[in-house]
Design a protein around this ligand. Structure first.
Ligand code: HEM
Ligand SMILES: [Mn+2]
Length: 465
């Protein structure tokens, strides 16, 4: 029986082609792998034969999605911590240097992130402004992730040790996960991140249903077709799958963003604890993850809620239309498409923060005590169609002042990730209340420092090189 991509997959009961698929798929695609310590090595190939041999040797250190799921289940049952994650992605240019012809042909993937057309589409800054390692053509990325620095560093050294002279490390990024006082992962502006995800495994949907606030209002289940693509260059594309991988180094000017939060609170006249709502109006959640559309203040139960839509907030009197999570997942309220079509733009986000800082992101300290550079997000996401997922979200949602589509309203750009000219936006003064005020544009505090599109092929493909 062929792999059914039209629905979620029950991995614990998978047999036949579905089981073969899981045994040849890279981890971290269908379910996030632990990667609090991460090294991303961006590589250029100088010699096809040596690059092929290198990839075969790296494949020998990789586990499959099935191995990862088994490890995660064993750990949950009180067993040992899992082994490190090693992931490999190739660019279209990388496939060409390797001499592989029949590789996957996504339109955005073929063009690449550095192409003028991509830059125009996404309003990206010019490549000349990128970090030094991102000026030359990138051929591959190797990700090494683990729960501890020790485990990550050991595997990273092994891989670097096997690097032939003809393979150059153009850039290396080091991810370092951060948590808040409750142990939830946060990004550098201080907000819980990574909570809302499309779920591809039936077991994960069941866990969401039984162990969180539920799935009866917002159901995160997504079909495998939204993340998996046949690996056309592999021995058997009917069972060998991969996924398109977006990598973007997004620097965060925390000082600027925290100043913008304070300025917005001042403009709206917010006082005391209610000042926290200014930042929540930019993100769509409070720092602790409490959705702004469901609550006027933080403190929602753990685990962080995700069972909500904007149906009871059609006029955006609680959560602004332009809030980051409302722009990037309108949950059926975007006004441009039927909810079923709108859901297809969601991608599997697998980012990790980078950079160290002396201050506590959640402490109440002045913006001047915040870093203005050197920290940010290694944004990573898996897609089945880059143009309909990552690129659509960035270009037609985040960068589009007219989205969501609402009569008589121009929401403005996504204040977090929007790229392009920013105009003033409207905010409600009292949560749920009628009166609104127009505030100055939030200055852009997230800057692209480099990145690329990759395909993460099946293990069977890598071994066959
Ligand atoms: C430094 C840059 C970024 C920061 C600080 C950031 C921050 C956040 C935070 C705090 C959340 C809420 C946590 C959650 O619901 O999971 C979130 C959710 C999300 N972000 Fe971002 N993000 C960044 C970049 C991006 C980019 C580049 C995209 C896509 C183009 C994106 C798409 C999303 C999506 C789709 C969600 C989930 C929305 C939902 O389902 O409700 N983010 N982000
Ligand atoms: Mn705060």
């Amino acid at each position: 029986m062929s792999v059914d991509l039209s629905t979620t997959l029950s991995w614990t009961t998978a047999t036949g082609d579905a089981a073969t698929m899981l045994g040849e798929l890279q981890p971290n695609i269908l379910k996030a792998h632990v990667r609090d310590h991460l090294s991303a090595l961006l590589l250029a190939f100088g010699d096809a034969a040596e690059a092929r041999a290198f990839l075969v040797s790296v494949a020998g250190t990789m586990k499959s999605a099935k191995d990862h799921l088994d490890e995660a289940a064993a750990f949950k049952a009180g067993g040992a911590a899992g082994t490190p994650y090693v992931g490999v992605g190739l660019t279209a240019a990388g496939y060409r240097v390797l001499g592989v012809g029949n590789f996957p042909q996504d339109e955005a993937f073929l063009r690449g992130m550095a192409a003028a057309e991509t830059r125009r589409k996404l309003n990206d800054p010019p490549r000349s402004t990128f970090d030094a390692g991102y000026h030359a053509e990138i051929h591959a990325v190797v990700l090494v992730g683990a729960a501890t620095d020790k485990a990550m560093a050991a595997r990273r050294s092994e891989i670097l040790g096997s690097l032939p002279d003809s393979v150059t490390v153009l850039a290396e990024e080091t991810g370092l996960g951060r948590v808040n006082a409750r142990g939830e992962g946060i990004e550098h502006f201080g907000y819980v991140d990574g909570r809302s995800q499309p779920l591809f495994l039936s077991e994960d949907v069941d866990a969401e249903k039984n162990n969180t606030d539920g799935i009866n209002v917002w159901n995160p289940a997504a079909p495998l077709s939204q993340v998996l693509v046949p690996d056309t260059a592999a021995p058997d594309p009917s069972v060998h799958f991969g996924s398109y991988f977006v990598f973007r180094k997004l620097e965060q000017n925390v000082r600027r963003f925290k100043q913008a939060e304070a300025d917005l609170a001042d403009t709206l006249g917010l006082t005391g604890e209610d000042r926290e709502r200014a930042g929540a109006m930019l993100i769509g959640r409070f720092e602790d993850g409490t959705p702004l559309t469901t609550q006027r203040e933080d403190g929602a139960e753990s685990p962080v809620s995700n069972n909500f839509t904007y149906d009871s907030d059609r006029a955006a009197l609680k959560c602004p239309f332009q809030a980051h999570i409302r722009k990037t997942n309108p949950r059926g309220s975007g006004g441009a498409e039927e909810p079923a079509a709108e859901r297809l733009h969601l991608m599997a986000r697998r980012g990790v923060t980078y950079g160290e800082r002396p201050d506590d992101p959640n402490a109440d300290v002045p913006p001047a005590a915040r870093p203005s550079g050197g920290v940010g997000l290694l944004f990573m996401a898996f897609n089945a169609v880059l143009g309909n997922q990552f690129e659509f979200t960035q270009a037609l949602w985040a960068d589009n002042p007219g989205f969501p589509i609402v009569d008589g309203v121009t929401p403005g750009l996504d204040p977090v990730i929007g790229q392009g000219p920013r105009e003033p936006s409207d905010y409600t003064i009292e949560w749920g209340g009628p009166s609104q005020r127009t505030a100055d544009p939030v200055p852009q505090a997230v800057t692209l420092r480099g990145g690329e599109y990759f395909f993460m092929p099946s293990l069977a493909f890598l071994r066959s090189l």
